[in-house]
Design a protein around this ligand. Structure first.
Ligand code: TRP
Length: 329
């Protein structure tokens, strides 16, 4: 079975765009491939300078992933820092990638420029080496990522090939794949922009844990247009089309069929809001249940860590053996 790895950083709160655009496909995908999902808390350290922040975000994200339906018995859901092999292989990766290659990473250049007046950690620079370790530890065949991460998976391929040619066949060279398209959800207040945690206003973002009344209010206030016609046309009618697409994603209908059954914006907004509430209510219920049962959450995370370590420790040992590090026997 194809092994597929995706990782997510525990920064920011999960919203409807993340769920309908990606997480929902992770849930269906766990039955179609050998899925590994890492919560990469060590990556978040590149921009963390306060205590007590990463842990709670990691726990909340884990509870969210389980609440939306990732099943630790089916997929492997783990926290990066629970699998020490990530840091260990990370160092080997740093010694396999060059300074020049890391200097060409556009994400580093962007982030370093944005943090100009701020602390730019060496970790921000070597981050792709840790990401390569995340991927290569699990012999992943495919890594589905958006455009912004493509370069990091390409460099992982280069690192894997270089290592294999220096030290003998050790790593599976992963392929970058485009994630299965989910619904494209845009900001309710600024419907030409992706729903995103970096958006300027909260009113345009529906969080997975928003109360029903708050969700309905956001939908009722969603920006539309003034021509009064319901049609699925992203270019001409971004606001209306976004509502149509959200409602279609919630009900399993096509956007064109959804658009055809409305003549007015009011009922469309109302039904989209209602459908989102119905979709999220059981997820919120499960989330609260899990957050109230730390023992169960720990058990689920331990299942994931054990499954992940079983694979990661073998890969690290193979790596050390192929390099010819002195074993302690
Ligand atoms: N760098 C990725 C991001 O910012 C997160 C990530 C870390 C990742 N390790 C990974 C993604 C391994 C895919 C595979 O989104």
């Amino acid at each position: 079975m194809t092994r597929v790895l995706s990782c997510i950083q525990p920064t920011g709160v999960v919203h409807l765009g993340n769920y309908l655009g990606a997480l929902r496909n992770w849930v269906s995908g766990q039955h179609e491939c050998d899925a590994f999902h890492g919560i990469v808390d060590l990556h978040a350290l590149t921009v963390t300078d306060r205590p007590g922040v990463v842990g709670p975000s990691t726990l909340e994200l884990a509870a969210t992933l389980f609440a939306v339906g990732l099943d630790p018995e089916v997929a492997t859901v783990f926290v990066q820092s629970h699998v020490p092999e990530h840091s260990q292989l990370g160092w080997v990766m740093e010694c396999t990638v060059s300074y020049g290659e890391l200097s060409r990473m556009t994400q580093f250049k962007d982030k370093a420029a944005k943090r100009e007046a701020d602390f730019v950690s060496a970790g921000l620079f070597t981050y792709p080496a840790l990401q390569a370790a995340d991927i290569l530890l699990y012999d992943a065949n495919e890594v589905p990522v958006g455009e912004d991460q493509r370069q990091h998976v390409e460099i992982t391929r280069d690192i894997a090939m270089r290592f294999n040619s220096r030290f003998g066949d050790t790593f599976v060279v992963p392929k970058v794949v485009t994630p299965k398209a989910g619904a494209k959800v845009t900001d309710l207040q600024e419907p030409t922009a992706k729903m995103s945690k970096s958006s300027s206003s909260e009113a345009g973002i529906v969080y997975l844990l928003d109360e029903p009344a708050a969700i309905m209010k956001k939908f009722k206030r969603a920006v539309t247009d003034s021509d009064g016609e319901v049609r699925f046309d992203r270019a001409q009618k971004p606001g209306v089309s976004n509502l149509v697409e959200i409602l279609a994603a919630c009900t399993g209908k096509s956007p064109t069929d959804v658009a055809a059954s409305y003549t007015q914006y009011g009922p469309l907004k109302n039904d989209a809001g209602q459908a989102v509430i119905e979709l999220l209510t059981p997820i919120q219920h499960r989330y609260r249940e899990l957050m109230g049962d730390r023992a169960e959450l720990s058990r689920l995370l331990r299942v994931g860590a054990d499954k992940a370590r079983a694979v990661a420790s073998r890969t690290l040992q193979r790596t050390y053996d192929n390099i010819g590090l002195l074993p302690l026997d």
